[in-house]
Structure formats: C-alpha cells, structure tokens
Design a protein around this ligand. Sequence first.
Ligand code: ATP
Length: 140
Amino acid sequence: KEKTLAIIKPDGFSGNYTGEIKRLILLSGFSILKEKIVHLDKENVALFYAEHSERTFFPSLVKYMTSGPVVVIVLEKVNAIADWRALIGPTDAQKAKITHPDSVRALCGLNSERNCVHGSDSPQSAAKEISFFFGEMFSS
Ligand code: ATP
C-alpha cells in the first residue's frame, strides 16, 4: 500500500467541509492513518511550497494558507497518490466544476488558488510532506 498527504485548506475547514471530505475519502477506499489540525505560519508555508516561492501568486498563497487552521491527513491505500489526486480534481476549482463535477475541488473549491484541498504529487513529495507535518521538526 501507498501513503499520501492530504490537506483540507483553510476554506475547506472554515466552510465546514471536513466531514463531507472525510466521507468521500473513506467511501473511496482510503484509510485515514493520522490526522491533525494545525494553523500554519508564513515560514511553514514558505517551506511547504518552496517550489512556488518565485511565482507572482506566492504572497497571496501564503496569505491564503495562513488565514485559518488546516487539517493535515495521512491517507493509505493501493495507488493512494494518484487516486487522491484524481479524487480532488484539477488545480483550478472553476474548471473542476465543469470537467470533474464529482471531485472534491468542485465541491468546495473557489478558484485556482482557493481550491480547498491538497494532495502530494509523487512518492518523493508524499514522503517529504508526511515527515514535514508528522516528523519531529513540526510542532504546533
Ligand atoms: P497542491 O500542491 O496544493 O495540491 P496542485 O498540485 O494542484 O495543488 P500546484 O501547481 O502545486 O497545484 O500549486 C500549489 C497551490 O498554489 C495550488 O493548490 C493553489 O492553491 C496555488 N496556485 C497554483 N496556481 C495558482 C495560480 N495560478 N494562482 C493562484 N494560486 C495558485
């Protein structure tokens, strides 16, 4: 089996979508191995999204991701990484509503920034992201 990291972003959490998202997760055959609520600070987001630090949308992304608590979840199933990415749908939630109406981002996302959930995109990033949130370094 494979593990991946899911995040219910601030808009998902504040919009009370956590229960519905977890229902979809379990319905789709994932096990929830670990789960916690954290409020990220600017430094956490800069580390987590380091690959995007030079993008024009980065300051706005930091503001969004620090705007409220998030739920970080370790999911497990066969093919968890690709299957969770498929379940959440495309980055742009507006597009998701048209092309992937049953996806999580269609359900609770707003646009290409406020897209409600995250999913690791490779085995390398899954391992890195899981230890980022559940390793010894991260305390909050
Ligand atoms: P995530 O990494 O959160 O699962 P993703 O892999 O679908 O999302 P990335 O391209 O890695 O998308 O972008 C990371 C996050 O940065 C997006 O989820 C979104 O919140 C934000 N983002 C991406 N593209 C844009 C954009 N063009 N404008 C504003 N915000 C964006």
